[in-house]
Design a protein around this ligand. Structure first.
Ligand code: PLP
Length: 430
C-alpha cells in the first residue's frame, strides 16, 4: 500500500489544487471507525461531513444496495422509472413536517436540491428575489455560491454571481445578534433594498453548518414564517447538513414547530450514496413546466435503495434517541472541560442533538476568534486518532459529527482525545 505522503504528492501533481484534502487516505471504514492506507485507526467524527449518520457500511444499507445491484443500477428515472423512487417520495412526504399535501423530487447532491428549491420557488411565485443569510452555506454551484453568505473560500474569484440574491443577518446569541435585530433588518431591507412583493423565498439552515453550528432560535424562525406569510414569500429549510436525524429530530426545523414550504435534504439521506431530495407543498412542487425538472442521475436506483434502508434504520434503531444521547455526552464533557482553569480559550459549547461544536477564542471577554488554536487542536486530535472538522466564518469552531450509531465507549474515547488535544494545543501555543 502507498503511504499517505506518497498519495498526497500524487494528488497535488494530478488533481486541481482547489480540492483541499486531509492527509488521511482511506483504506477502509466501518461504523464509526476508519483506517488509513498505513493501517492507522481513526474515530471518524466527520462522518463524511454528516453523511454516514447510520455509520460507515451499515449492514442493512449495504444489503439493500447489493440487492438492487443484482437487478439494475441505472435506467434514468425519466426513461424507465422504478417503484423504489416513488416509495421514497411517499415516505419523505409523510416524514416532513406539515399537514398540507406534499410532493417530492430526487436529485444527486446537496446543492442540486438547493438549485431546484430556488427554481420551484421562482416558478410558483413568479418572483425572482431570494433572501439568504450571513454565514449560510448552500453549496458550490453558481446559485449555491451566490446564496452562500460568506466570501472566502467559497465565492472569491468566481464572480459575477447571479443577481437578485439579498443577505440578511443570521441571529447569533454568542455574538450578540438577537432574533429581534435579525428580523428588524429584514423589515429594513424591505423598505430600502427589495420590495417584498418581488421576493420568492427565504432560504436558511435551521442550524448553520459550515457557518459554525449556529442554531436559529425558535422565535426567529417563527418571525420569519410570519414575514413570509405576510408577503407571500416561501420558506425553504436547507436541511442538507442538519437533516436526517442529526439534531435528534428528522429535520432541524422541527425543533421550532415552524413548517417550511420546501425542505432540501441530502448527506445523511442515503448513508454514503449520492442522493438528495426536495420535499415541499404539492402546489409549489407542481408549479414547474413538464420536463423542466430532473436529470440523468437524479434518484439513482442504488442510492434510492440505500435511502429506503436508511429510513428503516433511523426508525428501527431509534437514531433520534441516539443523537440526543450522543449530544448530551458531548456537551456535558465539553462544558466541564470549558469550566476548568486554563481552558478560557473554549468560549462557547453549543449543539442540537448530535450536531455539537465548540468555539475557540483568544479571550472570553472579547470573543475574538482563534483560528490558529482551532487548526492546532484538529492536528493534535488527528495525531491521536480522531478526525475532526473546523467550521465557522472565521474558522474558529470545531464541529463534532459522529455517526448516530456511535457507542458511548467510542464517544468517550473521542472525548478523551479531544481533552488531551485541547490541553496540548493550548500548551504548545502558549
Ligand atoms: N447546504 C448545506 C447546509 C450544506 O452543508 C452543504 C454541504 O456541505 C450543501 C448545501 C451542499 O451540498 P453538496 O456538497 O452535497 O452539494
Amino acid at each position: 500500500m502507498p503511504q499517505n505522503s506518497e498519495l498526497m504528492a500524487r494528488k497535488e501533481a494530478a488533481l486541481a489544487s482547489g480540492l483541499a484534502v486531509k492527509n488521511i487516505f482511506t483504506a477502509k471504514a466501518e461504523g464509526s471507525e476508519l483506517w488509513d492506507v498505513e493501517g492507522r485507526r481513526y474515530i471518524d467524527f466527520a462522518a463524511g461531513i454528516a453523511v454516514v449518520n447510520t455509520g460507515h457500511r451499515h449492514p442493512k444499507v449495504m444489503a439493500a444496495v447489493a440487492d438492487q445491484a443484482e437487478n439494475f443500477t441505472h435506467t434514468c428515472f425519466h426513461v424507465a422509472p422504478y417503484e423504489s423512487y416513488i416509495r421514497l417520495g411517499e415516505r419523505l412526504n409523510k416524514l416532513t413536517p406539515g399537514d398540507a399535501p406534499k410532493k417530492t423530487m430526487l436529485t444527486s447532491v446537496g446543492v442540486e436540491a438547493i438549485e431546484n428549491s430556488i427554481k420551484l420557488a421562482r416558478a410558483f411565485t413568479g418572483r425572482s428575489g431570494i433572501i439568504s443569510f450571513y454565514g449560510g452555506f448552500h453549496g458550490r454551484t453558481l446559485m449555491g455560491m451566490a446564496l452562500t453568505g460568506r466570501q472566502a473560500p467559497y465565492k472569491k474569484g468566481f464572480g459575477p454571481m447571479p443577481p437578485e440574491i439579498f443577505y440578511a443577518p443570521f441571529p447569533n446569541d454568542y455574538h450578540g445578534v438577537s432574533s429581534r435585530h435579525a428580523l428588524d433588518e429584514i423589515r429594513r431591507m424591505f423598505e430600502s433594498t427589495i420590495d417584498p412583493a418581488r421576493v420568492a423565498a427565504f432560504i436558511l439552515e435551521p442550524v448553520q453548518g459550515e457557518g459554525g453550528f449556529v442554531i436559529a432560535p425558535k422565535e426567529f424562525l417563527e418571525g420569519l414564517r410570519e414575514l413570509a406569510n405576510e408577503h407571500g414569500i416561501l420558506l425553504i429549510s436547507d436541511e442538507v447538513q442538519a437533516g436526517m436525524g442529526r439534531t435528534g429530530k428528522m429535520f432541524g426545523i422541527e425543533h421550532s414547530g415552524v413548517v417550511p414550504d420546501i425542505i432540501a435534504m441530502a448527506k445523511g439521506l442515503a448513508g454514503g450514496f449520492p442522493l438528495s431530495a426536495i420535499t415541499g407543498r404539492a402546489d409549489v412542487m407542481d408549479s414547474a413546466n413538464p420536463a423542466s425538472l430532473g436529470g440523468t442521475y437524479g434518484g439513482n436506483p442504488l442510492a434510492v435503495a440505500a435511502a429506503n434502508a436508511v429510513l428503516d434504520v433511523i426508525e428501527e434503531e431509534n437514531l433520534f434517541e441516539s443523537a440526543n444521547r450522543i449530544g448530551e455526552l458531548l456537551q456535558k464533557r465539553l462544558k466541564s472541560l470549558a469550566a476548568r482553569q486554563g481552558m478560557e480559550a473554549i468560549g462557547d459549547v453549543r449543539g442540537l442533538g448530535a450536531m455539537v461544536a465548540f468555539e475557540l477564542v483568544t479571550e472570553r471577554q472579547t470573543r475574538n476568534p482563534d483560528p490558529a488554536l482551532t487548526t492546532r487542536i484538529i492536528a493534535e486530535a488527528q495525531s491521536r486518532g480522531l478526525i475532526l472538522l473546523s467550521c465557522g466564518v472565521r474558522g474558529n469552531v470545531i464541529r463534532l459529527l459522529p455517526p448516530l450509531t456511535t457507542s458511548n465507549d467510542i464517544v468517550n474515547e473521542a472525548l478523551d482525545i479531544i481533552e488531551a488535544s485541547v490541553e496540548s494545543a493550548i500548551a504548545k501555543l502558549a
